[in-house]
Every structure is written in C-alpha cells, then in structure tokens.
Write a protein that binds this ligand. Structure first.
Ligand code: AHR
Length: 326
C-alpha cells in the first residue's frame, strides 16, 4: 500500500487472456497489478466526550481520504466490547488492528490471539499494560503524565501554590486517568500548601462531571475548595454548570484547570468561567494511518510516538477560539 495506488470503481481488468474479473476492493497499483485495499479494524473507546468525537472524525475521514477499508467499532466505554471487536477483526482477517483501550489492563490474551494470527496491532491515544511489548507494534498518543504536570504547574501559578483541590478523575483504570493524576501529584509534591481534598471519577463525561461536582459542593469541607482539576474539559464543563446552579462563580470563586483543549473549553475561558486548558490533541488520524500503512508494509516504526501539545490560559482564549479545529 505504500506505492501510490490508482483507485477504480470497476472490478474488471483486461488481461492477456481476455477479461479477468478481479474480486478485490477495486484498486490498482501503478504497475497495473491489482492491489488490495488495506483493511483496518479500529475499536474506539466510545463517544464519551467532545475530544472523542473529534478523534473518531479524524480517524474516519483520514481512512476515507486514503481509500482504506475501515472496520470501525464503538465499545461504548466497555472493555468487554473492545475484546469482542478485536476478536471479530481477527476472525475477519483484517490487515492491521488499531484501538484506543478503555482501560490499561486485561488485553493481553486477545493481543496474543492477534499476534498468533499474524495481525499487527497499533495503539492509538491510550496505552495498555502487558508483560510482553511485542504484542503491539507501536503506540501513538499524548504524554498524559506531562499533561498532569502541566495542569499542576498552572494551578500553582493561579493560586501562588496555595490550593485545596477538588479533582474530577477520568475513567477508573484508564491510562489518562492514571497518568494525569500521577503527573499532577508529582508537581504538587513540590508545593506544601497544595493538596487534593476531594477526588472522584466523573468517567470523562459532562453528566458525571456535573453530578460529582454537586456532591463535592455538598461535602462538609466544600467551602475549602479553591481549585477544580478536571481530567478532561467535558467534566469541567459539567462542573461549571453545577457551580453556577449552587451560586458559585466558576473561574473566580473556584479556579478551574482541565485537559483537552476542546472548543467548549475555549468558549468557557472566553466567558471567564474556566482558567486553563491543557491541550490533548485528538486529531490523530493522519499520523495513525502513516504508522498503520508502514506497519502493513512491514516497515520498522517507532515503538512510541508522542503528540505535540500546548497549554492555553484564559487570556489567549478569544484569539485562539476561531482557530480551534475541534
Ligand atoms: O484518552 C484521551 C481522553 O479520553 C480525553 O482527555 C478525554 O476527553 C477522552 O474521553
């Protein structure tokens, strides 16, 4: 698939012996030999956040642009659905399997099955914990620990290092939830007056973010909260609603730092309701399919590809908003 292919809607090719039907997905290489469309099975986490929607769109549109036969499966945030989807991709004999694991653990047996079937696996966005890293070819995604560190540095800047933090954690057991917390706490350890006083999972969704924030605000020590650290923007946006309903001014009474950099976060920053968003880029489609095509062609690829990301403060929101792609 690395050589340029000429795509053709017809399934007929005139050969030496007359008309030969070519029962492939309809593409020809420049040397006029039929070339099969690359078949990729992709198992997505779900549609839990604005980030995820943008990620799915990036993957689907890039596959379409490259003429790849993408078998897309939505796991609805359930690991068992992902395992099932990967097993069907193996049964279908796809060329490459890619997936964004809901949680880090539990994938080793199915990855062994893929390896046994000779189907290479590429991890997108999130990592897995396995005892043998030859079970996947490469992992493309953000450095979630660094995102957590960046968020904590912003909290320190906003509060002069004096922060009672309420933390909205992502999906329990997921790589971004584990690593963002780790990075945040690593930096927090340098500030004796910065502590997490409440912490609960909001499962990366706006609805749960709101629900958990409502509970935080009813806690006996609710008045001590001066910062909300949300592992993603969607949960922060839900929490903003909960604060407003409770008569609290988000961004002022409680400073808010979250992660992703989705458009909704920029809108909230423009309105002064959110203070900082640490970027986590969902537009992985082009890089992902570069890697997938290389893997399918038997080329060596780096084991880890880290996406480049920034940090956006409230003062940058108005200028940045029109440029946001997601
Ligand atoms: O894995 C990336 C995380 O998953 C994003 O931060 C979050 O919004 C998404 O649901």
């Amino acid at each position: 698939m690395n050589k340029r292919t000429i795509f053709c809607r017809s399934i007929c090719l005139v050969g030496l012996s007359g008309l030969i039907a070519v029962a492939v997905s309809g593409s020809f290489a420049e040397d006029n030999k039929p070339s099969k469309k690359l078949v990729v099975g992709f198992s997505q986490v779900g549609a839990e956040s604005g980030w995820r929607t943008a990620n799915t769109e990036s993957i689907k549109s890039e596959a379409a642009k490259r003429g790849i036969d993408l078998r897309f499966s939505d796991a609805q945030q359930k690991e068992e659905n992902q395992i099932k989807a990967i097993r069907s991709f193996i049964a279908e004999g796809v060329d490459v399997i890619a997936f964004s694991p809901v949680v880090e653990t539990g994938f080793e047996p199915v990855l062994r099955e893929a390896k046994k079937a000779g189907i290479p696996v590429v991890l997108s966005d999130r990592a897995v914990k396995v005892s043998d890293d030859s079970l996947y070819k490469c992992f493309l995604g953000s450095d979630f620990i660094e995102e957590g560190r960046r968020a904590a540095n912003e909290v320190a800047k906003l509060t002069g290092g004096k922060a009672n933090v309420a933390e909205l954690v992502g999906t329990v057991g997921s790589a971004p939830a584990i690593d963002r917390k780790k990075g945040f706490e690593e930096v927090m350890a340098k500030y004796p007056d910065m502590k997490i006083i409440m912490s609960q999972s909001g499962d990366f969704t706006r609805a749960k973010g709101k629900e958990v924030m409502e509970a935080f605000l009813k806690a006996p020590n609710a008045k001590d909260i001066n910062v909300l650290f949300a592992h993603n923007d969607d949960m922060a946006l839900g929490a903003i609603q909960a604060m407003e309903e409770a008569g609290i001014k988000p961004g002022t009474d409680i400073k808010i730092v979250s992660i992703d950099g989705v458009r909704g976060a920029f809108e909230a920053m423009k309105e002064g309701k959110l203070n900082v968003t640490v970027e986590c880029n969902p537009l992985l489609g082009p890089q992902l399919f570069d890697l997938i095509e290389a893997v399918a062609a038997g080329k060596e690829v780096p084991k880890r590809v880290v996406t480049q990301e920034g940090v956006y403060e409230q003062s940058q929101a108005a200028a940045e908003l029109p440029k946001r792609q997601y």
